[in-house]
Design a protein around this ligand. Structure first.
Ligand code: CIR
Length: 272
């Protein structure tokens, strides 16, 4: 069987997760046990749609470490270890960098770079679509990071001003190379337009729930969040038109720490 996604990196949710950063402290505190179950379900479901799952150990000193997406970007066969925007999270990248070094010992055609100070970038601000790398200029990601990325990925980087949400992908994500999923929200629409204007024949599917705009696609499977029935109806329709299976995942406890679906993995696609 051939897989579109060769590897996915995930990082289990630590016991310290209740201390994870959040923009708005939740009314009902995080249930860490439930969060761990939700994260395990995510990893197990993802594992079925990819060739190999790589698990990086959790780190109790970093309550947000399960949000592994923020630590690195993979564009084709190029890995770029990030410098996370939040001080308290910055060291999360180190163990992930070690995991990539081990992987690169096997995958000889892959190369590894690092963003250096003063750059800061969260992977949640990076959306890849149509062969381009869209980078959100946000509270977490700065111009220095975008400048460094342009040197590593010449001609591929486009900047998008993040006008709402924590990250670019807090309000939109890509279903395929020409289809964006975006929240039905003025700022998401504006950011979406800036992306679509760079890709010929691209379209946007709007969903009414902000959380539901963050989806993960691996091969013929579309992962969406459980608990948003109106958005689910729209996403199931889009999936049906593309012959994709839909898997719904309950992420209620991770949402309380501003997490979603893309943030819990780093996907490495199979070489073309
Ligand atoms: C943070 O504030 O950094 C975490 N609590 C949430 C990060 C979510 N990351 C992502 O969506 N890529």
């Amino acid at each position: 069987m051939s897989y579109d996604v060769q590897y996915a990196l995930v990082r289990p949710l630590p016991e310290s997760f209740a201390l994870a950063l959040t923009q708005h402290p939740p009314l009902v505190p995080i249930d860490v046990k439930l969060a761990q179950i939700q994260h395990e379900n995510y990893s197990k479901a993802l594992q079925k749609s990819i060739a190999e799952l790589i698990v990086v150990d959790a780190d109790e000193a970093h309550p947000d470490c399960c949000f592994i997406e923020d630590t690195a970007i993979v564009a084709g066969r190029v890995v770029i270890i990030s410098r996370i925007g939040a001080d308290s999270r910055r060291q999360e990248s180190e163990m992930v960098a070690d995991a990539f070094k081990n992987l690169l010992a096997r995958e000889k055609d892959m190369s590894l770079y690092r963003l250096e100070a003063p750059a800061t970038l969260d992977g949640g601000d990076v959306l890849q679509m149509g062969g381009l790398v869209f980078v959100g200029l946000s509270k977490r990601t700065n111009q220095a990071a975008i400048d460094q990325l342009e040197l590593i990925l010449p001609g591929k980087v486009r900047t998008v001003a993040v006008e709402a949400g924590l990250h670019l992908k807090s309000v939109l994500s890509s279903l395929d190379n020409r289809t964006l999923i975006a929240a039905n929200h003025p700022a998401a629409r504006q950011m979406g337009q800036s992306i679509l204007s760079e890709i010929e024949h691209s379209t946007c599917i709007e969903v009414p729930d902000i959380a539901a705009s963050n989806i993960v696609r691996a091969g013929h499977t579309l992962f969406i969040q459980d608990g948003f029935p109106e958005s689910e109806k729209i996403l199931r329709h889009a999936a049906g038109q593309r012959n994709l299976n839909v898997v719904t995942l309950q992420m209620s406890e991770l949402i309380k720490a501003d997490g979603a679906l893309t943030c819990c993995s780093i996907l490495i696609h199979s070489p073309e």
